[in-house]
Design a protein around this ligand. Sequence first.
Ligand code: RUQ
Length: 633
Amino acid sequence: GPDADPVETQLPNLGLGLGRRDFMKAGAAVGVLGSVAGCAGQGDSQGGTATPSSSHGDVPDHFVPPGEHDKYYGFWSGGHSGEVRVMGIPSMRELTRIPVFNRECAKGYGFDDGTGEMLKDAGDYTWGDSHHPSLSETDGKYDGEYLFVNDKANGRVARVNLKYFETDAILDVPNVQSVHGCCIQSPDTEYVFANGEFRAPLPNDGRDVDDPSKYVSLFSAIDPESMDVLWQVKVSGNLDIADSDKDGRWLLSSSYNDEEGVEIEEMTRDDRDSVKAFDVPAIQKAVDAGKYEEVNGVPVVDGTRESSLNKGDNPLVRYIPTPKSPHCVEVTPDGKYGIVAGKLSPTVSIIDIEKLGTEPDPAKTIVGQPKLGLGPLHTTYDDRGHGYTSLFIDSQVVKWDIEKAVESPKGSEEAILGKIDVHYNPGHIQAVQAMSVEPTGDWLVVLNKLSKDRFLPVGPIHPDNDQLIYIGNDKDNETGGMELVSDHPVYPEPHDAIMVHKDKLDPAKIWDAKDYEGEREYISEKNSGIERLDDSTVEVNMSSKRSEFGLREFTVKEGDEVQMTVTNIEKSPDIIHGVAIPEHDINLALAPQDTREVTFAADDPGVYWIYCTYFCSALHLEMRSRMIVEPRD
Ligand code: RUQ
C-alpha cells in the first residue's frame, strides 16, 4: 500500500504549478492542452526518465519465440486509417489488419461487388475514423462472434465477423453526422450503442443554424444482427464515450460541452459537465408506448434536460454533474462503478451504478472522487480491484485502489498506489479483458499519442508509441509494481484497443461455401466458362488454383459489361489467390473456398493479362488468364 504521502515524491514534474488546483480555469486549460499538442516542454522535461526499467526479474517474458503463439488477441482501432488492426499480446506483433471504412488493396476490400456495394450503401465515403472497438459478449464474457467499431468521421457503425475477420455490415446511422462512443450492451449484446458526438439541429436541413437551443446530440440503439437503428434519444450537450453496465439496464455516456457552446471558450466555461445515464429498458418502454417523434424513419425519444419524460421518479436519462469536460467513462469489471475521467480536472468521479436506480439526486450517485494527476483520460482494470488511469498531461499512468478511493474523502490522493512515466501523452489504456467481467490482470497497453524521441526519425509525421506494461505484480514501490516492458511504433492512429484470450476466438482456416450460399455461386473447374447474357452483357465464371485459372482466355466485346465470378477452389489453408486485371482497376483476393464477384466495363479493345497477386506456388508468375476485348466492328 501507499506510504503517508507518496504523491509529492512521485510527481517530480509538477513544475507547472497546476497540481494543487482542483479545477483549471478554461483559459489556462486550453493553453496547457495547446502547449502539449505543440510538444512544448512536457515530454522533454521527462527525457531523463525515458529508459525502460532495468530488471524484469518477475515479469513473464513478452518475447514470443519463433513458431509460438501469443496468449491474447488485441483489436486496435486504426483512427483515420479507417481500419482495425489485430495484434498478438504480449509480443505486440501486428498479425493482420481488417479494413473497415477504408477501401484496401492488399485484401481487395472494396474492389469486389459485395464489399464495394456495402461501402457504397454506407454513404460511399472513401475513408473513416475508427475509434472504439467493442467485442460481443454472452454472460458478460467475450464470445468471439463479432467486433463492432464506430466511424467518428461519417457517423457510422461497422460489424466485423470474427469467424472470417472481415467487415460484414456497415450502418450509416441516420440523423447523426459523427459517431464517437460505441459499445455493446452487457451482458448479452442485445444492443449496440452509438453516441452521436456533434450537436446539430434535428433535422439538420439548414434551418435553425443560429439557434443553439435547437442543437441536440443523439444516442442510438442498434440491433446487432440486422444492423438497423431501433431508436434514438436526443439529449442536451455533446456525447462522447459510452460504456454499458453489466446488467443490461444502464448505459453511461461521458459528455462535454454541457454549456452547449459552439466556441472552445464557451464549451469549457463551466466547472462541470455531465455523464448521461440512459435507462435502456425505460427508453424501450417509452418507444413501445409511442412516446417519440419520427425523424427520417427513426423513433426519436426526447431525453433533453427539459423533457417531460425526464421528470418524475423514473427519468429516461439522468444527468450526473461531473468535473470537467470529462472524456471517458469505463465501468468496473464487477459492474459496481462507472469511472469518469475529468480531463480538465485532476480527479476522476466514481458513479455508484446501483444508486442510479434509487438515489433521487444524480449528484449523490458519485461516491468517490480521488485526485489522480493532470489530464486523466481513460481508466482500465485488473482482476484485483485496481484502476489504471492515463494522465495525458503528466505523461503517466497512475495505479489506484478503487474501494479505497470510495472510502477516502473527495479530492484526496490516498488511493494512489503508484505512477509510471509513459512516452508520451497517453490516450486510451487497456488491460486484457478489462471491458468484460473477467479481466486477466497481467498486461496493459498504453496508447501514447506522441513518440517524439523514442524511435529513429522518419520525417515530420512520427509514429505513435504503444507501450506494454506488466501489471501482474502488486508492489510497494514507486510504480505500485507496474513495469514498462516494451515500446512499439504505430502507424496513425489507434485510439482504443480491446484484448481477448485466444481460446475465446475460433477463426475459420478456410471459407465454408455454405456461408455465402444464395449470394454467390461457387465456381468449380467444370463450370468455368463464359456466357453472353445479351448484346452488351457477358458472364465470366472462373475457378482458380495453383497454378491456373479455370479459363486460359476469354473474349468479350468492346463496351461489354463483364460480370465475373471467381472461386478459389483450394482446400489447403493459406493458399490465397488474387485476381488482378491491369488497366481495369480490378483487384480481388480470395481465400481458399471463397468466391467473389466483380462487375466492370470492358471499354478498350486489346489483350489484358489477368494475373494472381498472391505468391501461391513456384509457377505463380505463370498463373495467368487472358482477357481479349474485341473491337465492336
Ligand atoms: S477517443 S484518445 Cu475516441 Cu479517447 Cu481518442
